[in-house]
Design a protein around this ligand. Structure first.
Ligand SMILES: Cc1cc2nc3c(=O)[nH]c(=O)nc-3n(C[C@H](O)[C@H](O)[C@H](O)COP(=O)(O)OP(=O)(O)OC[C@H]3O[C@@H](n4cnc5c(N)ncnc54)[C@H](O)[C@@H]3O)c2cc1C
Length: 242
């Protein structure tokens, strides 16, 4: 259920040179599923900035974001005790019933955050949860330890080979999987869509309102026009026009 909530920043710490983890306290009841996102009102900016729910528990919301421009730069400067107005409960989220016994979760760079809450929800339901995370190099890696602590089989791929498997996430995603869930850059999602198994992909588009009113994030799918913020951001990989 969508609602606007005033959150208080509890912690805002760097995980890498340009990726931050922000923990906020507030009413998180509107957040229903992993893969949903929130829309952050950054003071001084007109449009809210969409960020995936990385974790939610006991009134604490965790966001992990990369600084790429004005909004995320301003977020990185917020200190504990400051408040942020956030629209919560946006998007459809991942469908857990599709997971099967051996799901594969694939995150590319800052596509990793929504998979954390998903992994947390799947580890007790599934026989085995495999998480493959892809980064350019070792210094960009985050959340490896956090996913391992959940009990997932975690594999890291780096493009320059400085850590884990050298290459793309597809080079580290060998095995027998029941369904895949992915979030990351479009070329990565496109490569995954060629896998033999069914998958759910989380898409990103520039957004206006974040709840379906402005149509700004509409995309053409095999099943007609869909709004990434409302019918998505998670889509069946088979319905996306790659
Ligand atoms: C559903 C959804 C979930 C997201 N989850 C996360 C997350 O968990 N962590 C995270 O770091 N980022 C996430 N993003 C991307 C994030 O919204 C943008 O990086 C952010 O809005 C940029 O704001 P800015 O003011 O810092 O940059 P701007 O000054 O607005 O833009 C800087 C650069 O980022 C690009 N950019 C801005 N917005 C987007 C966007 N929506 N998609 C692709 N490129 C964009 C611009 O083209 C430009 O090159 C998500 C986006 C969507 C749509």
């Amino acid at each position: 259920m969508r609602r606007t909530v005033d959150f208080v920043v509890k912690e805002n710490i760097p995980l890498t040179a340009n990726v931050y983890e922000m923990t906020l306290a507030g009413n998180t009841e509107g957040i229903k599923a992993p893969g949903q996102f929130v829309n952050v009102a950054v003071p001084g900016l007109f449009l809210r900035r969409p960020i995936s729910v990385c974790d939610v528990e006991d009134g604490l919301l965790t966001l992990v974001y990369k600084t790429v421009g004005k909004g995320t730069d301003a977020m990185a400067k917020l200190a504990a005790g400051e408040s942020l107005n956030i629209l919560v409960g946006l998007g459809n989220g991942y469908d857990l019933t599709l997971a099967g016994a051996r799901p594969l979760l694939v995150g590319g760079g800052v596509g990793t955050p929504p998979l954390y809450l998903l992994a947390k929800r799947l580890v007790d339901k599934c026989e085995k949860v495999t998480v493959v995370l892809g980064f350019n190099s070792k210094d960009e890696i985050f959340y490896e330890r956090e996913f391992k602590a959940l009990g997932a089989d975690v594999r890291i791929a780096t493009l320059d080979g400085s850590y884990g498997v050298k290459g793309y996430v597809t080079d580290a995603a060998q095995g027998d999987f029941s369904h895949y869930y992915a979030c990351g850059p479009l070329p990565m999602l496109r490569a995954l869509a060629k896998l033999e198994i069914e998958g759910s992909v989380s898409l990103e588009e520039r957004m206006g309102c974040g709840f379906g009113a402005c149509m700004g994030c509409s995309i053409q799918t095999k099943n007609g026009v869909k709004r990434v913020c409302k019918e998505g951001p998670v889509f069946d990989a088979a319905e996306v026009i790659w």
